[in-house]
Design a binder for this molecule. Structure first.
Ligand SMILES: Nc1ncnc2c1ncn2[C@@H]1O[C@H](COP(=O)(O)OP(=O)(O)OP(=O)(O)O)[C@@H](O)[C@H]1O
Length: 252
């Protein structure tokens, strides 16, 4: 009998995901869900499986077992990376990869032109629409005054924001962000929290981060992973007080 695709009210639904590398379980029956419109922070010690989890969601790694369902009924485990990106999942890797010899504006223009969603090409009318979208993204990432600067001349923090802007050009429903504030100044870190909160007004966001001051500033539900599974979930205060979290992560 053909199996019916699973349907779920969650935007992202991970159920009992296992990924093994040579017998070692990087993810071990990992289950959690992200609600539509939610922003979630994921924490956990090195090797907890955070990157592998994002690799599974984006199709880079296929789960050995378990279900991963996006936006109600899309079984991500049967899709490749391009199909998943087209469904509306964008990923920001830890290191910024902007085009250093291009201006901020041209980096964003390239990202807008790379938007090949059917809706985007269908409604792509003229350059004034491109200008409007460009201006809106520059405002969101607070880089309007820097639009003419070469990306290579930006601070590390600004490069991260520019790359987030390039992802926004694809209008993802879900944005996965890997350690966005690593290497940022305290001021940039706080501005990044504000920026992500603003983005979260329109999109769901999953942020993996070690910086607990930043996670606190986000003010969202936190999930702590350890050895490929969820060990705690709740507010930052609940998770910080969890004995197991203190033992394996915070107390180290
Ligand atoms: N391709 C691979 N082959 C073998 N082992 C791997 C592979 N990818 C990840 N692992 C192992 O799986 C475990 C989980 O790794 P992962 O990178 O997902 O952790 P993480 O939580 O992202 O850690 P960090 O905070 O250091 O980025 C680690 O023990 C890692 O060594």
């Amino acid at each position: 009998m053909e199996q019916q695709p699973r349907t779920t009210p969650a935007l992202l639904y991970l159920d009992a995901i296992t990924v093994a590398f040579d017998g070692f379980r990087a993810l071990n029956k990992l289950s959690f869900t992200i609600a539509p419109g939610e922003m979630r922070a994921i924490i956990g010690p090195n090797g907890a499986g955070k990157t592998t989890m994002m690799d599974v969601v984006t199709g880079k790694t296929k789960p050995d077992e378990g279900d991963v369902v996006f936006d109600g009924s899309h079984d991500l485990s049967s899709m490749d990376e391009t199909q998943i990106a087209t469904l509306g999942i964008g990923r920001k890797f830890q290191k910024p990869t902007v085009f250093e010899s291009h201006t901020v504006e041209d980096n964003l223009r390239l990202a807008l032109k790379a938007d090949r969603r059917p809706r985007a090409t269908l409604f792509w009318r003229d350059s004034s629409e491109e200008r409007d979208r460009l201006d809106a993204i520059l405002t969101t990432i607070r880089m309007t005054p820097d639009r003419g600067r070469l990306a290579g001349a930006l601070s590390h923090g600004q490069k991260q924001w520019l790359e987030i802007g390039m992802l926004l050009a694809q209008e993802p429903k879900l944005l996965l962000v890997d350690e966005p504030v690593a290497g940022m100044t305290d001021a940039e870190t706080m501005q990044t929290a504000e920026l992500l909160r603003e983005i979260n007004r329109e999109r769901s966001v999953v942020v993996v981060e070690h910086d607990m001051a930043f996670v606190r500033e986000l003010g969202v539900k936190v999930t702590c992973l350890h050895e490929g599974s969820v060990i705690a979930e709740g507010s930052i205060d609940q998770v910080s007080e969890n004995q197991r979290v203190v033992e394996v992560y915070l107390g180290r």
